[in-house]
Design a binder for this molecule. Structure first.
Ligand SMILES: Cc1cc2nc3c(=O)[nH]c(=O)nc-3n(C[C@H](O)[C@H](O)[C@H](O)COP(=O)(O)OP(=O)(O)OC[C@H]3O[C@@H](n4cnc5c(N)ncnc54)[C@H](O)[C@@H]3O)c2cc1C
Length: 494
C-alpha cells in the first residue's frame, strides 16, 4: 500500500512539471445539423451539452453587425463566446437548440494606447496577456488582472473577473474601464443593430461594466492605466490559528496580497505582494507551473491518482499530498523566478505585467501543431460538415491540465463573496466544520487550498456593493454525474 501512495505522490508532483506545446481545443464544434459550445473543461456543470444552430467568426465590426442584424431580424437568441470559453458557468449558451454563437476567435485584435490620458483601448479579440504586454511597451500598467492571462479582455470584464487587493480602484478589471463600444439589438428602422459608445460620464457604463454577456456585443473596451511599477512577492506558510484575525490586517498591509488556506492541515499560505518602485532591482517573472503545458501522460497519471483516492475514500493520503504540495510551493517559488529562469529565494521582484498573471499552456495554440482551425465567417448552411478543429492527440504532447480531450483534471469551483465585516466569523465556522472531520477538507489542498482574495466595493450595477473577500473552493469532480464525491457532504456544508 505504501509504495502505491508514494507512486501517487510522485505522480501528483509530476503534475507541475512544465513543457511547451499545449493545444487547447476550440470550444465550438459544428456537425451537419448544428453546433455545440463547451467550457474549457469540456463539461458543463449540469452535464447537459449546449447546442446552437450556428456560429459566426466575424473578423471586423461590419461582419459582426451583419451577422447580428440577421439574427435580430429572425428573433434568434445569441451569445458571444471567446476563443477559449474559460467560464465554467453556462453564460455563453444561447439557450434552446436554435441560437447563434458569435465567436471572437478571429475578431480584430487592434489596440491603441493614449499615453497622455494613460489609457489603452482594445478590440474584442484581444487576449489579456497581449494587452498588458502592449501597455508595458509604453511604460504603463493595468494594476490588477486575473491570475490567468489566457482570457479575452471582453470575457474577463463581462464576468467581473479580478485579482486580489484593495489598492487603487480595487482588484476587478471592470473598475478600470473608462469607455466601451457595444453593438446592441435594435429596431428595423435602425437596421436591427445600434452601436453604443459609453464613457465615464454615462451612467449606463456602470451597467455595461459587468454584463454577463446579455447587454449586446462588446466591440471595444478602454482601460485606465497606471505608470509602470514593480511588485515584490514573497510566499510564507503559517499556522492557521490566527487566520481569522490576520485576514483583516493582511488586506490593509499588502497591495496585492492573497491567502490560500489549507484548513485540514491547519496552515495558510500568505502571498505578500506589494507595489515597489519601478527602479527597485529585480527581473522576476511569474511562471506558475499549473498554467504551463504538461505532458499528457503526467496529467492522466495525476487524474488516475486522484480518482483512486476518491474510490478508496482515502482522505488521509489527500492530506499528506496537500501538505507536500504546500511545502513545495514555498520551497520552489511556486513559479516565481527571480531572474526570469530560476528561483533563488523570496522576495521575487519584477515588473507588474510579468508578475500579475501567468499562462503558457494556451499559447502554442497558435502553432496549430495538432489543430486544424476553421477559417472565416461560417454561415448557417456552411456550419460545418466535420468536427471543427481537432486532429489528433499524441502521447508526448503537452496540454493545459484541464484539456478535455484526455483524462484530464476536472473540478468544481464554488466562489462566494463575504464582506470584510463577516469574514472572521466565516473562517471560524469553517474551522468548526474542519474540527468535526479533521481530514474532510484535504481534497481542497490538491487544488491549491481555499483561495481568499480581496475586492473593493464596485461601481458596476452587477458588482459587489462593499469591500469583500472573494473565496474560491476548487475540488474534485467526477465525469460521472452520479458518483458521490469523497467528503462531498463536508464540501456542501461549506
Ligand atoms: C485557468 C483559469 C484561471 C482563472 N483565473 C481567474 C482569476 O484569477 N480571477 C477571476 O476572477 N477569474 C479567473 N478565471 C475565470 C475567467 O476570468 C472568466 O471565466 C472569464 O470570463 C473568462 O473569459 P473568456 O475570455 O474565456 O470568456 P468566455 O468564457 O468566452 O465568456 C465569458 C462571458 O463573457 C461574455 N463575453 C465574452 N466576450 C464578449 C463580448 N465581446 N461581448 C459581450 N459578451 C462577451 C460571454 O458571453 C460570457 O458571458 C480563470 C479561469 C481559468 C480557466
Amino acid at each position: 500500500m505504501s509504495s502505491r501512495i508514494w507512486l501517487l505522490q510522485f505522480c501528483l508532483l509530476q503534475f507541475y512539471v512544465s513543457l511547451l506545446h499545449a493545444i487547447p481545443p476550440p470550444p465550438v464544434q459544428c456537425y451537419g445539423n448544428g453546433c455545440t459550445v463547451d467550457n474549457y473543461q469540456g463539461l458543463w456543470m449540469d452535464h447537459i451539452p449546449c447546442k446552437a444552430a450556428n456560429v459566426v467568426y466575424p473578423t471586423t465590426e461590419e461582419e459582426l453587425v451583419k451577422a447580428m442584424a440577421e439574427a435580430v431580424k429572425c428573433k434568434q437568441k445569441m451569445k458571444v463566446v471567446s476563443k477559449w470559453s474559460h467560464t465554467l458557468s453556462k453564460f455563453v449558451c444561447p439557450g434552446g437548440d436554435d441560437g447563434l454563437l458569435i465567436s471572437t476567435r478571429d475578431y480584430s485584435t487592434a489596440m491603441s494606447v493614449n499615453q497622455s490620458a494613460m489609457t489603452i483601448t482594445a478590440n474584442a479579440g484581444v487576449q489579456l496577456r497581449t494587452l498588458i504586454d502592449y501597455a508595458a511597451d509604453f511604460g504603463l500598467a493595468l494594476p490588477y488582472t486575473t491570475y490567468w492571462d489566457g482570457v479575452s479582455v471582453t470575457g474577463v470584464v463581462s464576468t467581473g473577473a479580478h485579482g486580489s487587493g484593495l489598492w487603487n480602484k480595487g482588484s476587478a478589471l471592470h473598475e478600470y474601464i473608462t469607455a466601451m463600444r457595444l453593438a446592441v439589438p435594435s429596431t428595423e428602422e435602425e437596421g436591427y443593430v445600434r452601436i453604443v459608445s459609453l464613457t465615464d460620464v454615462d451612467e449606463d457604463l456602470d451597467a455595461a461594466r459587468v454584463s454577463l454577456g446579455v447587454l449586446g456585443v462588446i466591440l471595444q473596451v478602454t482601460f485606465a492605466l497606471h505608470p509602470m511599477f514593480k511588485r515584490s512577492v514573497s510566499l510564507e506558510a503559517r499556522a492557521d490559528n490566527l487566520l481569522e484575525e490576520d485576514v483583516l490586517s493582511f488586506a490593509q498591509a499588502h497591495d496585492f496580497g492573497d491567502i490560500t488556506w489549507y484548513p485540514s492541515i491547519r496552515k495558510a499560505l500568505y502571498r505578500l505582494d506589494d507595489l515597489v518602485s519601478v527602479d527597485s532591482p529585480g527581473d522576476g517573472i511569474n511562471k506558475y507551473q499549473g498554467f504551463q503545458g504538461i505532458p499528457v501522460a503526467q496529467i492522466e497519471q495525476a487524474r488516475r491518482g486522484e480518482e483512486f483516492l476518491e474510490k478508496t475514500r482515502n482522505a488521509a493520503t489527500a492530506c499528506k499530498i496537500s501538505e507536500m504540495l504546500l511545502n513545495k510551493r514555498v520551497s520552489d517559488g511556486n513559479g516565481f523566478l527571480n531572474d526570469g529562469s530560476s528561483f533563488t529565494g523570496f522576495p521575487v521582484v519584477g515588473f507588474n505585467h510579468l508578475m500579475q498573471a501567468s499562462g503558457g499552456c494556451q499559447d502554442s495554440y497558435s502553432t496549430k501543431q495538432h489543430i486544424l482551425t476553421p477559417t472565416g465567417v461560417q454561415s448557417q448552411s456552411s456550419c460545418a460538415s466535420q468536427k471543427d478543429g481537432i486532429d489528433e492527440v499524441l502521447p508526448d504532447s503537452a496540454f493545459c491540465y484541464w484539456d478535455p480531450r484526455i483524462n484530464s483534471s476536472i473540478f468544481y469551483q464554488t466562489a462566494i463573496a463575504v464582506s470584510l465585516s463577516n469574514i472572521s466569523e466565516l473562517i471560524l465556522d469553517i474551522k468548526k466544520i474542519r474540527d468535526i472531520d479533521p481530514n474532510g477538507l484535504c481534497g481542497l489542498g490538491l487544488y491549491g487550498g481555499i483561495m481568499l482574495r480581496y475586492m473593493k466595493k464596485s461601481r458596476a450595477f452587477l458588482g459587489i456593493n462593499e469591500d469583500v473577500v472573494d473565496i474560491d473552493f476548487t475540488y474534485f469532480r467526477s465525469r460521472d454525474a452520479n458518483s458521490p464525491r469523497l467528503n462531498g457532504d463536508v464540501m456542501e456544508r461549506n
